[in-house]
Design a protein around this ligand. Structure first.
Ligand code: OGA
Ligand code: MN
Length: 288
């Protein structure tokens, strides 16, 4: 099937895809081409899709197997793997915006998701963009001394770190019981498909760095976050109806923006694609 792919930045972060109907069957050749584009651009923006919850879930299978969300109680009707993202009033005048600081999804899982995808149901008139930053480029640009410093380090990712910059939606009893043990992951991971190294950070979930005093670990994560979230690594997605946006949790961080009128509803369907155990980057000086 012919389609047009247009890079959305000059640093291989984000590509727009026009001319595909994701409801149509996807053959091996197209599947491989889309997976190659995904490994290269990390965020794919398919335009002009109109997908019910089950149809949306089905499109995820182009990229792998669906993975279930921590919260078992927030589901779109019609499909058990489709989760709902929505601005939510939690107290008078107080709202919870899921994903509001930079993170990578479900990194507390021992085998975190390869990818996450969103498809809008209702959008605010203005604002509510999603920002993505490229963690390959951020890693590549680090000073040699920093690369040496973080070489081989591992972080412990829990559901909600004591140091998280925001409060997460609390888990209900069923969801708490189903929570896996914490993920212990390298700070520098190797992408299994493109072979590049990437910083793997998540201040919402990282509670410690193995073998490092707490103060030092927090300062290190803060320093790496300040570096990785610079505009030069970013693609900022302005949502349109019909978008199906899928991102690679192994190579980008992302954040939501709660900068719109909270009387408006921002409602998106969300799926995750299962990943593989996180590969540690080989030590510096050793070829991948
Ligand atoms: C998510 C997320 C960002 C957004 O769904 O994992 O972080 O802009 N969403 O809604
Ligand atoms: Mn997220």
């Amino acid at each position: 099937m012919a389609y047009q792919l247009t890079p959305l930045t000059n640093h291989e972060t984000g590509a727009e895809i026009l001319g595909l109907d994701l409801k149509a069957p996807v053959g091996t050749e197209l599947r491989n081409a889309l997976n190659d584009a995904f490994a290269r651009y990390h965020v794919l923006v398919f335009r002009d899709q109109k997908l019910t919850a089950p149809e949306f879930a089905h499109t995820g299978e182009i990229f792998g197997e669906l993975m279930s969300h921590h919260h078992k109680d927030v589901r779109a009707s019609g499909h058990p793997e489709v989760y709902v993202v929505r601005n939510e009033q939690i107290a008078p005048g107080k709202y919870r915006i899921q994903g509001e600081t930079f993170h990578t999804d479900h990194s507390n899982h021992p085998i975190p998701p390869k990818a996450t995808a969103l498809h809008p149901v209702s959008l605010p008139t203005h604002g509510g963009d999603t920002q993505f930053v490229n963690m390959h480029n951020a890693y590549d640009d680090l000073a040699e001394a920093m690369k040496r410093r973080i070489d081989g380090l591992r972080a412990v990712h829990v559901f909600e770190s004591r140091f998280s910059p925001r409060k997460l939606r609390p888990l209900n009893e069923e969801s708490s019981k189903a929570l896996p043990p914490p993920g212990v992951h390298p700070l520098v991971r190797l992408h299994p498909e493109n072979g590049r190294k990437a910083l793997y950070l998540n201040p919402v979930r990282i509670e410690s760095i193995v073998g490092m005093p707490e103060d030092e670990a927090l300062a290190l994560v803060a320093e790496l976050m300040a570096h990785a979230t610079q505009k030069k690594y970013e693609y900022r997605h302005q949502w349109r109806y019909g978008d199906m946006v899928i991102w690679d949790n192994r190579s980008v961080m992302h954040q939501a923006n709660g900068d719109y009128d909270m009387n408006e509803v921002r409602h998106l369907h969300r799926i995750m694609i299962a990943g593989e155990p996180v590969l540690a980057a080989p030590p510096l000086g050793v070829a991948a």
